[in-house]
Design a protein. Structure first.
Length: 175
């Protein structure tokens, strides 16, 4: 304990500057919220499905719920059932074990439904595409509206993909 206290006392304050952040999207927070209300009339509900990933993409998706991004404050929330979802956010390559579950979740989601493939594995199959246990990318099973490439994609790119899918929904709902 004393060694730790001694190290704390002898260590000086950090002199490195903080990196510049990309906070331009924060100024659009109100317009994002209004856009969601214009399209849906309520919060955007997302069901996240792990189709066999390494959990790297899930960690980035969970970061969207932290106070920095605060997507629930923008009117976007995650739900436990696909029956309550407007959008399916799928990560990972489509494994044989999850193929039926992903298809059932898609069929359970009400119309009009959106599908976002997040991460390189969901978009292309990634490094697992040649595996005997993988069916391939998500687009082999479901119609994918938006893909978010990256391994794993940063939270801001996932948020941009979600908003792009919402804009796709707006164009399909217009008479």
């Amino acid at each position: 304990m004393w060694q730790l206290l001694k190290q704390i006392a002898t260590t000086g304050t950090p002199t490195q500057r903080l990196p510049e952040g990309d906070d331009a999207w924060r100024s659009e927070g109100h317009s994002i919220q209004q856009e969601i209300l214009d399209v849906l009339g309520r919060a955007l509900c997302i069901r996240e499905i792990d189709a066999g990933s390494c959990n790297g993409c899930e960690l980035e998706i969970h970061a969207l719920n932290n106070p920095y991004y605060n997507i629930e404050g923008l009117g976007i929330k995650f739900v436990a059932s696909p029956r309550h979802a407007d959008m399916l956010l799928v990560t990972g390559p489509l494994t044989l074990n999850m193929k039926e579950a992903v298809l059932r979740a898609y069929e359970a989601a009400p119309h009009p439904k959106l599908v976002v493939a997040a991460g390189e594995c969901a978009c292309t199959g990634g490094m697992f595409k040649e595996s005997y246990a993988v069916c391939g990318p998500l687009s082999k099973l479901l119609p994918v509206d938006v893909t978010v490439p990256g391994c794993p994609p940063p939270p801001i790119d996932i948020l941009r993909g979600i908003l792009a899918a919402l804009r796709v929904k707006r164009t399909t709902l217009k008479p």
